[in-house]
Design a protein around this ligand. Structure first.
Ligand code: DOR
Length: 444
């Protein structure tokens, strides 16, 4: 492991921005200060003009292992992630077999060891009947408990009210919910079938996966969490009405937190004509007014966490008729550039970005020694040139599926360097060979 010295960067940390040098030794942040002199054997990186931030901790990805590795795998997607400034990921349980008990969780941890370019963690999935597995989950090895309160990719819907009550009452870990009311969606789908047959226009996606379905389900999750005093994190919020349900302010004061994802911050329903089912995802991308409301909610500290929901599918499958085109899109490779670009437009500040892509995620999931620029913490870093450009078409697509919804677009920001647990993972457009992430540890 080479030791690193990053000189002259503008550090963004703890709601503050200041110029300093940062030294990395033996995987950890060794020193933060002015004018640190280079030592023999150290790799020196010039960070002048760049922001040095804790790397993004993405609490919601679908890297498709085990069982769906024709779409993606942990090795391929974690390489795409570090190119996008992500230093740690938490993977979702809708794989084959699903991650719904201790054995499946440990199998995934074993699968990840030595193969991921980023640090890794895994959520346990809830089902209608695995409450005993949830009660017994080892909180030092699982990140959280994911509940599909709306059906999506995989068959993991939890729709039994007694099961939901029990999960919210007993989960020892933070609960993450996908909120969409499935009976409402099914009724809308029946209406669309009656009107269009199987060839439903993609513009109908947010009509079928409607805002009402999101609002009803988010309200239900909040009611459950409030009654059971559970720690609830509602994933990928897509409507202005749901945003109005959450409190604004620092995350430390909240038991119920809200997340926004980069595609919902970037695309609106106006993009369906151009991109078709490539941007079909659940919950659906909704109106431009919703997009603006989500961006404002980031600035107003209503949104606590920013994530990707990276969910790759084969490009050819996206050409299927509406009902059989899979939902989800690959996003990790452009995560931090897209968010820093939105800072440059003035939607939210760079300090808020760091809070929501790193600090709050580490705090929410009790992650040990990561998510902040602090001496003694693991060196998980992203160095971003805010005056640089990421021209998407000029670079290889790293996700295994080989396509990106951002084709043809340029971001006004560039990831210069990503450091994972003290190792150079990505630098000046090149992935390092041999960068190996660690398992996340949780202080519980
Ligand atoms: O669009 C989505 N795709 N939403 C989800 O909830 C699941 C994901 C997937 O796994 O493909």
């Amino acid at each position: 492991m080479t030791d690193l010295l990053i000189k002259n960067a503008t550090l963004v940390n703890d709601n503050d921005t200041f110029e300093a040098d940062l030294r990395v030794r033996a995987g950890r942040i060794d020193q933060i200060g002015a004018d640190i002199a280079a030592m023999a054997g150290e790799t020196v990186i010039d960070g002048a003009g760049c922001w040095l931030m804790p790397g993004m901790i993405d609490d919601q990805v679908h890297f498709r292992e085990p069982g769906l590795t024709d779409k993606a795998d942990m090795a391929s997607e974690s390489r795409a992630a570090v190119a996008g400034g992500i230093t740690s990921f938490m993977d979702m349980p809708n794989v084959k077999p699903p991650t719904i008990d201790h054995e499946a969780l440990v199998a995934k941890l074993d699968m990840a060891r030595g193969r991921c370019a980023a640090n890794y963690g895994f959520h346990l999935g809830a089902t209608n009947d695995n409450i005993e597995a949830i009660k017994r989950v080892d909180g030092t090895r699982a990140a959280g408990v994911k509940i599909f309160m709306g059906a999506s990719t995989g068959k993991m819907l939890v729709d039994d009210d007694a099961a939901l009550e029990a999960i919210f009452e007993h989960s020892p870990l933070p609960i993450l919910t996908h909120c969409e009311d499935t009976p409402m969606i099914e009724a809308n789908a029946d209406k669309a079938r009656a009107a269009y047959g199987e060839d439903v226009p993609i513009r109908q996606h947010p009509v079928i996966r409607s805002r009402e379905a999101c609002i009803a389900s988010s309200k239900k999750a909040m009611d459950l969490a409030t009654r059971h005093a559970a720690r609830l994190h509602i994933l990928h919020i897509t409507t202005a009405e749901e945003l109005a349900l959450f409190a604004a302010g620092p995350m430390a004061d909240k038991n119920i937190t809200a997340e926004a994802c980069i595609h919902h911050l970037f695309f609106s329903e106006d993009d369906y004509d151009r991109l078709g089912a490539l941007i079909k995802c659940n919950p659906a991308i909704k109106t431009e007014a919703d997009r603006q409301a989500i961006l404002k909610a980031v600035a107003d500290d209503v949104i606590d966490v920013l994530a990707t929901d990276h969910a790759p599918h084969a490009r050819a499958d996206k050409d299927n008729p509406y009902f059989s085109a899979p939902a989800g899109l690959p996003l990790v490779q452009h995560a931090v550039p897209s968010l820093v670009d939105q800072v440059s437009v003035g939607y939210f500040t760079i300090e808020q970005l760091v809070t929501k892509m790193a600090h709050n995620v580490a705090d929410r999931f009790d992650i040990v020694d990561r998510g902040y620029l602090r001496e003694g913490y693991w060196a998980d870093l992203v160095l971003v040139d805010p005056r640089g450009r990421t021209v998407v078409d000029d670079e290889p697509v790293l996700a295994k599926c080989g396509w990106t919804p951002f084709a043809g677009h340029s971001f006004n920001a560039r990831v210069k360097t990503t450091v994972v647990s003290g190792q150079l993972a990505y630098h000046d457009g090149k992935l390092s060979q041999g960068c190996i992430g660690e398992a996340l540890a949780y202080d519980r």
